[in-house]
Design a binder for this molecule. Structure first.
Ligand SMILES: [Zn+2]
Length: 207
């Protein structure tokens, strides 16, 4: 869910892998823009059609991040903490911090806070680890302007803790409402975050 300041969701990512003679393709995040043809056009750029997609990941259930799921009839759907193959739900204990491994280089992890059951996708690339983070990060500027993410957060203290964990590992972040950015070195070496004072205290006390 975007604040009014940033309504332009920019969280549609496609990852494609060639490994062991099998191709794995996935769409992560925002897949509708209110029109089916937007979705089709994005896939066409990669010579793909929805039937060829193996995985669809929606980082959380807010309406600006979910849509057109009916097009991906052959995909495993991961929507927040739910994993669905056709009509069958697959149990996976995201809440215990267990990643769902799509393959050796792609995993879905639990990153709650913005909602209680957000997920993010970590992809190992030649440039390092890319974290497709949904609204865990709204955009690069929210590292300094806390209102950009905290005003939309169900649990700011928890989201604060999860953001710090992600910043330690990720080299690049694809936020929910802005372009991909490289994690600044100062955040990796000595994580810091601008927080409401009361939330910082709560995080220190309870987490
Ligand atoms: Zn959201």
């Amino acid at each position: 869910m975007a604040s009014n300041k940033y309504q332009n969701t920019n969280n549609k990512w496609l990852f494609e892998k060639q490994k062991d003679n099998s191709r794995r393709k996935g769409v992560c995040g925002y897949v509708w823009k209110n029109r089916e043809d937007f979705c089709w056009a994005g896939l066409k750029l990669h010579d793909l059609v929805p039937e060829k997609i193996d995985y669809v990941v929606c980082t959380h259930g807010h309406s600006d991040h979910v849509g057109n799921l009916n097009l991906f009839l052959n995909a495993i759907h991961i929507i927040s903490h739910d994993i669905c193959i056709g009509d069958t739900y697959v149990l996976h204990d995201f809440k215990q911090g267990i990643p769902y491994e799509i393959d050796d280089d792609v995993e879905v992890i639990s990153t709650p806070g913005h909602t209680s059951c957000d997920v993010s996708v970590n992809v190992q690339t030649d440039k390092g680890q890319v974290c497709i983070a949904g609204d865990l990060f709204e955009r690069l500027e929210d590292m300094e302007d806390y209102t950009l993410w905290q005003d939309n957060s169900e649990n700011p203290a928890l989201q604060h803790k999860v953001r710090l964990e992600v910043l330690k590992r990720a080299d690049w972040i694809v936020p929910g409402h802005g372009p991909m950015f490289q994690v600044p070195n100062e955040f990796k070496q000595q994580p810091r975050m601008v927080m409401y004072e009361s939330v910082t205290q709560e995080a220190d006390d309870t987490l």
